[in-house]
Design a binder for this molecule. Structure first.
Ligand code: IDP
Ligand code: MG
Length: 139
């Protein structure tokens, strides 16, 4: 059975471009409930740890540097089939390939500055949510 929680970040490009409200509105109007949310500026250590799975990839350094370039909004989202439905809502990693109406199609400019993060599995959603939120910060 698929889980009902996913984890997202509105990345520094989208926050900096003033899209936070529009993106949250899309998330909520597509049936996701916010179960935790915070506005934070990641340290290099924290961003590096979050993306450790990509540490061997050529874009890792740039990714960590981008994710620490400005504040982000991190959130836990709840919906039936949350992980897959949210990946559908955000669109392909490269906004040039993201389907019309998806968040990356609407609000992202490049494959590195691509507006939002979405967990890729139930297991990672649980790990990522716990990485950012304590039990007192999620409901
Ligand atoms: P995802 O965010 O769609 O799950 P991943 O492959 O998990 O994509 O990559 C994590 C993040 O790393 C992407 O969202 C993007 O910001 C960045 N990224 C992925 N591929 C590239 C690339 O080829 N060049 C630059 N940045 C990339
Ligand atoms: Mg990913």
């Amino acid at each position: 059975m698929s889980g009902n929680i996913t984890f997202t970040m509105i990345k520094p490009d989208a926050v900096g471009n003033g899209y936070t409200g529009k993106i949250l509105d899309l998330i909520i109007s597509n049936g996701f409930k916010i179960r935790g949310m915070k506005f934070i500026h990641l340290s290099e250590a924290k961003a590096g740890e979050f993306y450790a799975v990509h540490s061997e990839r050529p874009f890792y350094k740039d990714l960590v540097s981008f994710m620490t370039s400005g504040p982000i909004v991190a959130a836990i989202l709840e919906k039936d089939n949350a992980v897959a439905d949210f990946r559908t809502l955000i669109g392909a990693t490269n906004p040039a390939e993201a389907a019309p109406g998806t968040i990356r199609n609407l609000y992202a400019k490049s494959i590195d500055a691509n507006a939002v993060h979405g967990s890729d599995s139930d297991e990672n959603a649980a790990i990522e949510a716990s990485f950012f939120f304590s039990a007192f910060e999620r409901f």
